[in-house]
Design a protein around this ligand. Structure first.
Ligand code: NAD
Length: 360
């Protein structure tokens, strides 16, 4: 297969971690007989330095023409970088919002998996973490409270703020379909999370999810209130496969799920639209404090590349080979500084990439 991938190395550790992800992808392509065509575009601070804006229209056109985008991370030190003296619409993060909008990326996926070798980093009690967990939070990314009408007014000398939470059935249906499709590639279970005991938008959410579920009889569906879900994530995370939820609940729950793994350098993510196109990136930022030192952990980006193979290209075997290589490298005792523990061998970013590629 020919894979057309646009890469956004970005800022900080971005170029280092994307280089290692390409190294691993190239090894996969060699082994399984695929041809990868890469094209780099600038975004964030790197684009501001060259073009004066965080993302050009030409760069967006390049991204649209590709099958998928693999991104490192963007942004600098928000206290010291001159990029943060610019007006908000010209700062690095504005590029991210612009590309998400231009590509209509409405579904955000964040897996949270506990590697047995990294269980010591998990903040949960051992009796809970010993069961392990492997879940994926599917968050609606372009609707709900963050995109509704809002205003602050003054009534009789009292300040009043209003935010509106709106979802229509089409917005709910398209993310629910994605959730069920992805559950079919995993453990065939969807937990839809809402606040249907209070909110109308949640009652519609629940009704539409049930309608969509009829087309997926092989996928088990359950509904959970968001407050209960927040508790269950720390009480019994092993029960979850795909957690399907709206924008604000997903924002909060995906951070909670990330934290229970305890390892920020290991967490991948994907943002998808209603075609097979996706933007794949690690969940962490550009870590300017360690940039250029060859000590960043590239695994989150490498695992994002595995998600790209699975969800955009339907190359499950190839994606499995990357995930297995990550497990093997950890079993063999190799660690970057952020996940280092006693008795293991400490390696840098580029050596970690080599070790992963060797295990494909
Ligand atoms: P961060 O995730 O970059 O760093 C937080 C801490 O985790 C730092 O100590 C860092 O060294 C460490 N860390 C992060 N990734 C690591 C890795 N792969 N290996 C080893 N250690 C790692 O968060 P921050 O410091 O709050 O943000 C830095 C910049 O990143 C800011 O400009 C922020 O806006 C940007 N950011 C970008 C994205 C994105 O591009 N999607 C997401 C989050 C933050």
């Amino acid at each position: 297969m020919r894979l057309n991938i646009v890469c956004i190395p970005g800022d900080g550790i971005g170029p280092e971690i994307v280089r290692e992800a390409k190294k691993v992808l190239d090894r996969v392509a060699d082994k399984y007989g695929h041809e990868i065509c890469y094209k780099d575009i600038l975004m964030g601070g790197a684009s501001i330095d060259v073009h004066g804006v965080p993302l050009t229209d030409e760069a967006i056109a390049e991204a649209k023409a590709a099958d998928a985008v693999l991104m490192g991370s963007i942004g600098g030190d928000t206290n010291t970088s001159p990029w943060y003296q610019l007006p908000p619409n010209l700062r690095p993060e504005a590029g991210l919002l612009k590309i998400r909008k231009a590509l209509n990326l409405f579904a955000n996926l964040r897996p949270a998996y506990l590697y047995p070798e990294l269980a010591a980093a998990c903040p949960l009690k051992e009796e809970i973490s010993s069961a392990g967990f492997d879940m994926l939070i599917m968050r609606e990314l372009t609707g709900g409270l963050y995109f509704g009408e809002r205003k602050t007014i003054e009534e009789n000398g009292i300040r009043k703020a209003i935010d509106t939470l709106t979802y229509d059935e089409n917005e709910i249906r398209r993310i629910a379909v994605k959730g069920f499709e992805i559950a079919r590639k995993r453990k065939h279970k969807v937990t839809s999370v809402d606040k249907a005991n209070v909110l109308d938008s949640s009652r519609l959410w629940r009704a539409v999810v049930n309608e969509v579920a009829k087309d997926y009889p092989d996928v088990k569906v359950e509904h959970m209130l968001v407050d209960n879900c927040a508790m269950q994530l720390v009480k019994d995370p092993a029960q979850f496969d795909v957690i399907l939820t709206e924008n604000m609940f997903g924002d909060i729950l995906s951070d909670e799920a990330s934290m229970v793994t305890g390892s920020i350098g290991m967490l991948s993510s994907a943002s998808l639209n209603d075609t097979r196109f996706g933007l794949y990136e690690p969940s962490h930022g550009s870590a300017p404090d360690i940039a250029g030192k060859d000590i960043a952990n590239p695994i989150a980006t490498v695992l994002s590349a595995a998600m790209m193979l699975r969800y955009t290209f339907d190359l499950d075997k190839e994606a499995d080979s990357i995930e297995q290589a990550v497990k093997k490298v950890l079993e063999d005792g190799f660690r970057t500084g952020d996940i280092m523990s006693a008795g293991c061998t400490k390696v840098g970013c580029s050596q970690m990439g080599d070790l992963l590629a060797e295990r494909i």
